[in-house]
Design a protein around this ligand. Structure first.
Ligand code: HEM
Length: 374
C-alpha cells in the first residue's frame, strides 16, 4: 500500500537511508569502469549500450481515438504528433558481436539484451528537471519486461564486484552461495523471479535472437507515474514483426545493423510501425510499494494490468548510415521528460546521476583527456 508524505511521488517511494551513499558509490564505479575500459583516454563510449545498430528518425502519433483515462501528460491530445529520434543498441557494456556463442565455441547463440531509446521532441509542458536544456520526453527500453537487478543496494554490490574483478560479474551471481543470509535470500528471490519470467511465454523476451532490431518488443521495465493516481510501465510493440531463420547471418558480428539497414532501405522499404503501449494501474491498496515500485525485478501481471495502445511510432525508409555522428552524441535519460511521467523506484532514482556521469565522460574532446578523479 502507498505510504508516506505529501506529494504523489514521495508517497509512492520508500527511499532507504543509505541510498544516497550507495548511488554516489555507483557513480564513482561507473567512472572508474569507463576509465579502465578506455585506457583513461577519450573517446569514452556509453557506460552500457555502447554498440548502436543505428539511429532512425520517426514520428510518434498519439492515437486519434484515445480513451479519456489515457489522456495524460504527453498523451493529453489525441492525434498529436511528435518528431522522434530512436537509437537501437545492444545492452552489453562492451562493443561485442551481436550474438556471441555462449558458452564460447558451443555453437549456441543467445538472444542477447537489446535496447530501444526513443526521444520525442517539442513536448512542452512542465519538466521534471526544469533546467535540463531539453524539450523532450525520452523512453529507454530493453527487450525484457523487468530489469535484472532489483534496486540500488543490489546494483551497488554488482558495481563493486565488476570494478574489483575487471568487468567479471560472476561473483555477484555467486551470491546464491553467500553466507550472509540477507544477501542469499535476496539472491534466491531474484533467481526465482528470473526463472518464472523465463517460464512464461512472454512476447519476444527470451525467444530466439531477432531477425532485426525492428522485430523485438521493448519495455521500460521500471515504473513511472502516469498523472494523478496512476503508475505505469511502457512498451514498444512491433505491429508486424518478421519471424524466420537467421541462418549463417547470426555469425556476422554486426548482423543487426545490416538487417536494420536492409529493412529500411530507401528504395523498396516499407514503413515500420511500433505500437506504443501503456500498462497502467491505480495507486491503491493492491500496489505494494516495496515490490511493485521499489523492486525493478517485479513483473506486473499483464492479465490484471493489460498493455493498451496509446500511440504509434512510424519509421519511414531511410539511410541509417547518414546520421552516425549525431547518433553517438544523443543523450537519453528517463529524467528527460514531463512531471506527469516521473520515473519511480530505486533503480530509476539512481539512473539520473549515473547517466549524467556517462555523458560527462562522453562529452570529453578526444584531444584533452580529463584528469582522473581517482
Ligand atoms: C529499467 C532499467 C533500465 C533500462 C530500461 C535501461 C535502458 C537503457 C537504454 C535503452 C540505454 C541506451 C540509451 C541510448 O541508446 O543512448 C541505456 C543507457 C545507459 N544505461 Fe540504462 N537502463 C536501465 C537501468 C540502468 C541502470 C540501473 C544503470 C546503472 C546504474 C544504467 C546505466 C546506463 C548508462 C550508464 C547508460 C549510457 C548513458 C549514456 O552515456 O548516454 N541503466 N539504458
Amino acid at each position: 500500500m502507498a505510504t508516506g508524505t505529501s506529494s504523489a511521488s514521495t508517497q509512492l517511494e520508500n527511499v532507504a537511508s543509505e541510498e544516497a551513499e550507495q548511488i554516489a558509490s555507483i557513480v564513482k564505479a561507473t567512472e572508474a569502469q569507463l576509465r579502465f575500459r578506455y585506457g583513461n583516454k577519450p573517446p569514452f563510449l556509453r557506460g552500457v549500450h555502447p554498440k548502436a545498430h543505428g539511429c532512425v528518425e520517426a514520428t510518434f502519433t498519439v492515437m486519434e481515438k484515445l480513451g479519456e483515462k489515457y489522456r495524460v501528460g504527453l498523451f493529453a491530445q489525441p492525434g498529436r504528433q511528435y518528431r522522434a529520434d530512436i537509437r537501437f543498441s545492444n545492452a552489453a557494456p562492451l562493443v561485442t558481436p551481436d550474438s556471441p556463442e555462449d558458452p564460447p565455441q558451443s555453437g549456441k547463440r543467445g538472444h542477447g539484451s537489446r535496447g530501444m531509446a526513443v526521444k520525442l521532441h517539442g513536448v512542452g509542458g512542465k519538466r521534471l528537471v526544469p533546467d535540463d536544456g531539453e524539450d523532450t520526453q525520452d523512453f529507454l527500453m530493453i527487450n525484457q519486461p523487468v530489469f535484472a537487478f532489483a534496486n540500488v543496494e543490489d546494483y551497488e554490490v554488482l558495481s563493486r564486484v565488476v570494478a574489483e574483478d575487471k568487468e567479471d560479474p560472476r561473483r555477484f551471481f555467486g551470491r546464491l552461495a553467500s553466507t550472509n543470509e540477507k544477501v542469499r535470500t535476496r539472491a534466491e528471490v531474484t533467481k526465482k523471479i528470473i526463472d518464472r519470467i523465463k517460464s512464461l511465454s512472454l512476447p519476444d523476451a527470451f525467444a530466439a535472437p531477432p531477425l532485426s532490431p525492428l522485430d523485438n518488443r521493448y519495455f521500460t521495465a521500471a515504473p513511472f507515474l502516469f498523472g494523478e493516481g496512476h503508475v505505469a510501465k511502457f512498451s514498444a510493440n512491433p505491429a508486424a514483426p518478421v519471424e524466420g531463420e537467421l541462418g549463417d547471418a547470426i555469425a556476422e558480428k554486426d548482423y543487426l545493423r545490416a538487417a536494420l539497414n536492409k529493412r529500411l532501405a530507401v528504395t523498396g522499404g516499407d514503413d515500420i510501425v511500433f505500437y506504443f503501449e501503456v500498462q497502467r494501474r491505480p495507486i491503491d491498496a493492491n500496489l505494494n510499494i516495496d515490490d511493485d515500485i521499489e523492486n525493478a525485478c517485479t513483473f506486473w501481471d499483464e492479465k490484471k494490468y493489460p498493455f493498451e495502445k496509446v500511440a504509434m511510432i512510424t519509421i519511414r525508409p531511410q539511410d541509417i548510415n547518414a546520421r552516425e555522428e549525431a547518433c553517438e552524441r544523443l543523450e537519453f535519460s528517463p529524467w528527460h521528460g514531463l512531471v506527469e511521467h516521473r520515473p519511480l523506484g530505486s533503480i530509476n532514482r539512481m539512473r539520473r546521476t549515473v547517466y549524467e556521469k556517462s555523458w560527462e565522460l562522453r562529452r570529453c574532446p578526444v584531444s584533452t583527456a580529463p584528469a582522473s578523479s581517482g
